[in-house]
Design a protein. Structure first.
Length: 141
């Protein structure tokens, strides 16, 4: 069998269930009112191994994980563009949204994300978002 990816599609967000789903390995968590084109991008992103979280879910998960994050390297290692990308990741934006906002290709954004993870010694986008929040690089509502 192949390596399946799980995306949760729900009518409402419960703090506890959203965090449990992510901890259990779900790579995506979206609301049922998602636009069809966005759902397709969610599925494609999940297939590529990119977390696809509704912004409300991103905030819940990040708040939960902030206290558990380890101490990575200092943010000063990042270039200004990498800092910009990191802030957008922390806001729950996917690579396509970041690329559109910064007028870059998705491949360039993916390279920036990889560089961020490497420089900060982080495993994934979620850890990068937690780092950005913990270091107060973005505001959490």
């Amino acid at each position: 069998m192949g390596n399946g990816k799980v995306i949760v599609l729900t009518s409402f967000v419960e703090d506890k269930r959203a965090v449990e789903a992510i901890r259990a390995g779900a790579i995506g968590f979206q609301m049922k009112d998602i636009r069809p084109a966005d759902l397709v991008e969610t599925i494609r992103g999940a297939y590529r191994g990119e977390p696809q979280l509704h912004p409300r879910v991103s905030q819940l998960v990040l708040k939960e994980l902030t206290a558990r994050a380890s101490d990575p390297k200092p943010v000063e290692e990042l270039t200004p563009r990498e800092m910009e990308v990191l802030r957008m990741v922390a806001r729950g934006m996917n690579n396509r949204e970041i690329a559109d906002a910064l007028f870059l290709s998705e491949k360039t954004v993916k390279t920036h994300v990889s560089n961020i993870l490497h420089k900060l010694d982080l495993a994934d986008r979620t850890q990068a978002a937690v780092y950005a929040i913990r270091e107060k690089l973005v505001e959490v509502e």
